[in-house]
Design a protein around this ligand. Structure first.
Ligand SMILES: NC(=O)C1=CN([C@@H]2O[C@H](COP(=O)(O)OP(=O)(O)OC[C@H]3O[C@@H](n4cnc5c(N)ncnc54)[C@H](O)[C@@H]3O)[C@@H](O)[C@H]2O)C=CC1
Length: 400
């Protein structure tokens, strides 16, 4: 059985018995720190037993700190591995400081809606180390534990600081009243809500959303419009099998219902300091943020070329094509093409047009589409730094 975890007098935490002091990490010739190498080694070892690590992590957390259980949904199955997955994703990017800090700040701000307090972070750290100690048996030693303790201490501090900073000027969540519900296909609805307080965001961003029917289960959706003068926000929701939140939003929500929104997040936004052309790929309901980007360009009044490829499984699934055609008629700089699956898919078709090497690219849709679009665009010479999309992890999490 593992040694028990203890909370140290200074409010930090440690595993008992205390490990041997870990040596200061030395950077290796490739610039990867020793800590990052050790962390990666642990992640590789636990990858095949990720499910067990997750169950054990939550068991440790809830047994040692039952009060934390109330922050999670009643049924844990759909949300089960989110926290741990977020921590492990962060640890995996330990040496990529900019990406890591932006990711953690976002995570810290987003955790305010759960009612998370700084005092709860050590409890999570104890459970994390406890679960890793048990399942990374082969590679776990005092030095590795030191690396993880340093990493978690750093990561949790970034989250705590970001949460404290956002507390100064934004609420932890917003209530929003459903003001219209437009069922576009048997399983896709456009839902428009009015937040109870001003909700600042940028076109291309997304938010997290909780329905009254599934308390404490939050799902990500992109804003389907640029910020509007009436303050309303729209979302495109597809009901997916076993998607509790998506099914209740599509089949149950009605005007007058109240939902909760977390803070805006995401960096797939337009850089208005350039006139670069924009290549936008929207697959299925992934067209939602693309439409917002087009509206954003229109509002800024600079006629940069915008080429939208709107992909769907069938003609019937092109549920927002009328809106996209209306936008095209209104703006000479905008070209909208549809791609309906017929042997070839959205990323293949984009290759037939171009050249795209002077364009900024924006990708939004299912994770498989994002991955193959990334490959396709890199192959035709679009530099990676000019391709924007939300993180694959976020997209996977948004799959409900
Ligand atoms: N609702 C929202 O606000 C947003 C949703 N998303 C994501 O977009 C997705 C939309 O799902 P659906 O509408 O069911 O899309 P879908 O599964 O019907 O696919 C839409 C398009 O993507 C292409 N595609 C799918 N898998 C592909 C692959 N492996 N390689 C190449 N092309 C592929 C299809 O050919 C089709 O053209 C979800 O994963 C959702 O999380 C992304 C951003 C915003």
């Amino acid at each position: 059985m593992d040694a028990p975890t203890t909370t140290s007098a200074d409010g930090g935490w440690s595993m008992g018995p205390p490990p041997e002091p870990a040596p200061e990490p030395e950077p290796d010739p490739l610039g990867v720190s020793r800590d990052a190498l050790l962390i990666r080694r642990t992640l590789e070892e636990i990858a095949p037993v990720a499910d067990k690590v997750t169950s054990y992590f939550y068991a440790l957390l809830f047994i040692a700190h039952p009060e934390v259980r109330a922050l999670f949904p009643a049924a844990m199955d759909s949300q089960r591995d989110r926290l741990l997955k977020a921590l492990l994703t962060a640890a995996d990017h330990f040496d990529d400081t900019d990406t890591l800090v932006a990711y953690l700040q976002n995570l810290g701000r987003g955790h305010r809606k759960y009612g998370t307090t700084p005092e709860q972070y050590p409890a999570v750290g104890e459970a994390l180390i406890g679960a890793l100690t048990r399942y990374a048996e082969r590679t776990w030693d005092a030095e590795t534990q030191g690396a993880w303790v340093r990493a978690y201490t750093l990561m949790s501090q970034v989250m705590i600081d970001a949460a404290a900073e956002s507390e100064l000027h934004t609420p932890p969540w917003w209530y929003a009243e459903v003001v219209s519900h437009d069922l576009r296909t048997p399983d896709i609805a456009v839902v428009t809500v009015r937040p109870d307080q001003p909700y600042p965001f940028l076109a291309g961003q997304y938010t997290s959303l909780e329905t009254p029917w599934w308390p404490r289960i939050w799902r990500h959706y992109s804003f389907a419009s640029a910020p509007r003068s009436d303050g309303l926000l729209s979302f495109h929701i597809k009901a997916v099998p076993a998607g509790w939140v998506s099914n209740s939003l599509v089949h149950r929500a009605r005007p007058g219902d109240f939902i909760r929104l977390g803070p805006p997040a995401g960096s797939m936004t337009v850089d208005h300091t350039t006139d670069n052309g924009m290549l936008c790929l929207g697959g299925g309901t992934g067209i939602a943020p693309i439409k917002a980007l087009v509206e954003d360009v229109a509002e800024h009044g600079r006629g940069r070329p915008v080429e939208v490829f709107y992909g769907a499984r069938s003609n019937h699934d092109l549920y927002d094509i009328d809106t996209m055609h209306r936008l095209q008629q209104a703006h000479s700089w905008l070209e909208v093409r549809t791609v309906v699956d017929s042997g070839t898919q959205l990323p293949d078709v984009v290759r037939e047009y171009g050249p795209w090497n002077s364009y900024d690219a924006f990708l939004s849709g299912p994770p498989g589409m994002i991955r193959s679009s990334l490959d396709a665009l890199r192959n035709v010479g679009v530099p990676s730094e000019r391709i924007r999309h939300d993180g694959i992890e976020e997209l996977v999490a948004a799959g409900d």
